[in-house]
Design a protein around this ligand. Structure first.
Ligand code: GDD
Ligand code: MG
Length: 359
């Protein structure tokens, strides 16, 4: 039996306005809540029990995922009254685990899309006889992540979360947000206050001489914390660049969910997903984008690398490029919203009001 803790309690601030009403793991990517992809991947790796560590908007997970049986996995929910941080959440979730002190427990950040070979990570953990094994990935700019230098054997030498000083940037290897913990190490995390696993637990374990083992892996990896990466992840799932058993369709250039209506003269591509009940008008061109349920893309609109929220409307000939349109917003005709533009939920923008600029 393999068990996992999935951390899904963050506020998803960088994804606003999509995370105002919906916690980040419940925002749909390639047609289903992102969390469904993580559960499907965990299940495919042999995980049979997942504890969801919830906090922000905790109440929306259970109505969708229930006891997990529809997803072929047993799900337990542990909700923090106050956010306990990543370490506190792992400790709190451990109450629901059956793993014995020496058993391995997988822990996943809830916003990572990766092609990591999870059984291989478990195997490496066993072989190294590590206290904690960390999945590491190399990135061009590591400053937004946890830096994890290792020696030639894979032993972790330090853990520096989001370094502030240039001198601290000693490696391009970063924490990829998936760990294997020996169960008893989790039980050593304080249970009466917030704890950051990155800022407190890992540095503390290293100082105590624990064996933290890093596995650098070059497979697909993306943190979905920002709108551009969320849209990218959805498009890559639709196109099959990264595989998930939860995608409701075969890999292809676009995915249209049942109940959506796309006019024959519309063009879809680049991994676009069109949600249930959404409509795409004649001559509209939608590339590499996420159009959520019930949204309307009017005739001649051009949408690229953007996210259009539930029930939102994009007017005729309007151009979106790298934009996020909040749920139930109304964007009039002939607008142009580019890189970084975010429209709050329920906003109305008149015809031809915004041109050539981000807001
Ligand atoms: N239950 C619970 N309670 N979950 C939480 C809490 C909490 O108080 N705080 C954060 N989480 C969850 C988030 O929902 C997310 O799934 C995960 O913990 C990590 O939090 P983020 O807010 O996404 O952290 P980050 O992206 O800035 O950094 C983390 O991920 C990087 C990789 O993407 C760190 O682990 C970095 O070291 C790492 O490099
Ligand atoms: Mg994150």
């Amino acid at each position: 039996m393999t068990e996992a803790v999935l951390l899904v309690g963050g506020k998803g601030t960088r994804l606003q306005p999509l995370t105002i009403n919906t916690p980040k793991p419940m925002v749909p990517a390639a047609g289903v809540p992102f969390l469904a992809h993580q559960l499907a991947r965990a299940r495919a790796a042999g995980v049979d029990h997942v504890v969801l560590a919830t906090s922000y908007l905790a109440e929306v997970f259970e109505p969708y995922f229930g006891d997990g049986s529809a997803h072929g996995i047993r799900l337990t929910y542990v909700t923090e009254d106050e956010p306990l941080g990543t370490g506190g959440a792992i400790r709190s979730a451990a109450r629901a685990l059956s793993a014995r002190p020496g058993d391995p427990v997988l822990v996943f950040n809830g916003d990572i899309l990766t092609g990591l070979d999870i059984p291989d990570l478990l195997l490496r953990h066993e072989r190294a006889q590590a206290d904690v094994t960390l999945h590491l990935t190399r990135v061009a700019d590591p400053r937004a992540f946890g830096l994890v230098p290792t020696d030639a054997t894979g032993r972790v030498l330090a853990f520096t979360e989001k370094p502030r000083h240039p001198d601290e940037i000693v490696t391009d290897q970063v924490n990829a947000g998936c760990y294997v913990f020996r169960r008893q190490v989790i039980d050593g995390i304080p249970d009466d206050r917030p704890v950051s696993v990155e800022r407190e637990t890992f540095p503390g374990l290293l100082a105590d001489g624990a064996l933290l083992h890093g596995v650098v892996d070059g497979s697909y990896w993306l943190d979905l914390g920002r709108p551009a990466s969320f849209v990218q992840a959805s498009a890559d799932l639709v196109r099959g660049i990264v595989r998930s058993p939860a995608v409701p369709g075969e890999p292809g250039e676009y995915l249209v969910l049942p109940g959506a209506h796309v006019e024959r003269g519309a063009r879809l591509g680049g991994g676009t997903v069109v949600g249930a009940g959404a409509r795409v008008g004649d001559g509209a061109d939608v590339q590499g984008s996420v159009v959520l349920d019930g949204a309307r893309i009017e005739a001649g609109a051009q949408v690229r690398a953007s996210m259009v929220g539930t029930g939102a409307r994009v007017g005729p000939r309007t151009v979106l490029d790298g934009a996020v349109i909040g749920d139930h917003s109304e964007i009039g005709a002939d607008n142009e919203l580019r890189e970084g533009a975010r429209i709050w939920c329920g906003t109305a923008i008149p015809d031809a009001a915004i041109r050539f600029s981000a807001v």
